[in-house]
Design a protein around this ligand. Structure first.
Ligand code: ADP
Length: 460
């Protein structure tokens, strides 16, 4: 449901305005009757005239109470429908009240018959075009009815004293002209007023719509801004982590060199310290290389047109070829099980190789001699599914959710292999996300781990 446009929202206000207007009309009628009565005490049928005025007071009071009650009820839309009906009923009653007042005060000879025009204008502002034409016809018909009934003496004519001896109500041609003029005036007024009102309502509606569009756009901008803020915060966090990780090996290297240079230690210890510094420098280089790779895949805007068709099994074969030696050296068996006729993926071959290298080298690093590493690759209708299973140290349950974060390393991994960087899996996750894939891990502490990744097929 859309928000009510201003016209609908204002309908209630206008109903109150109509009711207020009617109080003024009652006051005006009362005063006019009083003045007329003082001038011509026997001139008009005062009782019926006063009764009609009282009837207007009565129905206006009832309408006021009903409008208040409607405002308190829900929901919005039926309430609006009732409000339109309320406005229509009021105006119809006004037409009848005016017709009766005019009949008892000179009929067609009373120039105040022009008040039918006001009612038609009000109807055209408040109601639909159909309703305004309907009411214009009703006004004309009531006016014609007064004229006809009085002309044929079906009801008595009440002469206006100020007209003296002039009697127009029996003048056929005059009646025809005046009824015609009234009908044309009322229909034209209905047409003109409702045309203007419809245009104004359309403009209101357009304004509300463009306001809503602007609001939606500004919400989009706020969301984009929030995303940028998050990216910025993420980048800062990353910078802090990187600085922290770089600082530790640099500090070690610095203190080793410092100890050697001050010459306060025996030469054998000096050599040990230099060896340690060299080792830390190697680790540092490794960390910097990993960081470079991570930064590249983090910032990589994947443009479909720049990607090629990659056979994931071919990349795996190359990686296995390289890793086989290392696995054998550690006394591990490396089993590879690849489904035939695999579909290609849309990717960069180097990145796919990076996925395999990181997963297989982790499996080797975190397995004890004698372990078995099983690499499988199969396909589903939409994805290629690669898995690397090992029988190694496993991942503690509390660390499983965090190992894909940059620099995060589980305690058991730190103990077994102090030199890791904690960046490999972050690279793997980022590459997969860039290609619309994902990675999962299952692990049992002390039993082994299985990393499974999903890459969308090129045609999938
Ligand atoms: P690194 O191996 O250099 O520490 P990674 O990002 O590759 O960094 O891995 C993050 C962490 O995930 C590791 O430190 C380790 O705790 C855990 N991990 C990854 N692969 C394995 C595995 N095959 N077996 C056990 N733990 C693993």
């Amino acid at each position: 449901m859309t928000d009510p446009v201003p016209f609908e929202a204002e309908l209630f206000e206008r109903i109150h305005w109509l009711i207020r207007l009617r109080w003024f009309a009652v006051l005006g009628t009362g005063l006019a009757l009083l003045v007329a009565w003082l001038w011509f005490p026997d001139g008009l049928p005062w009782l019926p005239l006063a009764s009609v005025t009282a009837a207007i007071v009565l129905y206006n009071t009832l309408f006021l109470r009903y409008a208040h009650r409607l405002e308190r009820t829900h929901p919005e839309i039926p309430r609006l429908r009732q409000a339109s009906r309320l406005a229509l009923t009021q105006i119809i009653l006004d037409f009848f009240a005016l017709a009766t007042l005019i009949h008892f005060s000179g009929g067609v000879e009373n120039p105040l018959a022009l008040f039918f025009v006001f009612h038609t204008i009000i109807a055209s502002i408040l109601l639909s075009r159909r309703a305004s034409y309907g009411l214009a016809i009703l006004g004309s018909a009531l006016f014609a009815a007064i004229a006809g009934l009085e002309y044929w003496r079906l009801v008595p004519h009440h002469h206006l004293p100020i007209l003296g001896s002039i009697e127009l109500y029996r003048n056929g041609p005059y009646l025809l002209v005046v009824i015609g003029a009234m009908a044309i005036t009322l229909c034209l007024v209905a047409y003109m007023t409702s045309s203007i009102t419809i245009r104004l309502r359309e403009r209101d509606r357009a304004l509300v719509e463009s306001n809503q569009t602007i609001l939606a756009k500004s919400q989009e901008l706020t969301a984009a801004n929030e995303r940028l803020r998050q990216i910025d915060a993420e980048r800062t966090r990353f910078m802090v982590l990187v600085t922290h990780e770089l600082r530790a090996p640099i500090n070690t290297i610095y203190s080793c060199l410092d100890a050697v240079l001050t010459g306060s230690i025996p030469p054998e210890t000096g050599r040990d310290l230099l060896e340690r510094a060299r080792q830390r420098a190697i680790e540092l280089t490794e960390l910097v290389s990993d960081l470079l790779r991570l930064t590249r895949v983090r910032e990589e805007a994947v443009r479909q047109e720049e990607l090629g068709l990659v056979q994931v099994d071919a990349e795996l074969n190359q990686v296995v070829e390289l890793m086989k030696v290392e696995a054998n050296k550690k006394g591990l068996s490396l089993i590879v099980d690849v489904e035939p006729d695999l579909a290609p993926v849309r990717a960069n071959a180097e990145r796919v190789k990076m996925i395999w290298t990181n997963l297989v080298s982790n499996a080797i690093r975190y397995s004890q001699p004698g372990g078995v590493i099983t690499v499988t690759l199969r396909q589903t209708p939409t994805h290629l599914v690669g898995a690397v299973r090992d029988t190694g140290i496993g991942i503690p349950a509390e660390d499983r959710g965090r190992i894909f974060e940059e620099f995060y390393r589980a305690e058991n991994a730190r103990t077994m292999s102090p030199t890791g960087t904690g960046v490999g899996l972050a690279i793997v996750r980022r590459i997969l996300e860039n290609y619309g894939g994902r990675i999962e891990v299952e692990s049992e502490l002390g039993q082994g781990s299985t990393f499974t990744f999903f890459l969308p097929k090129a045609d999938g």
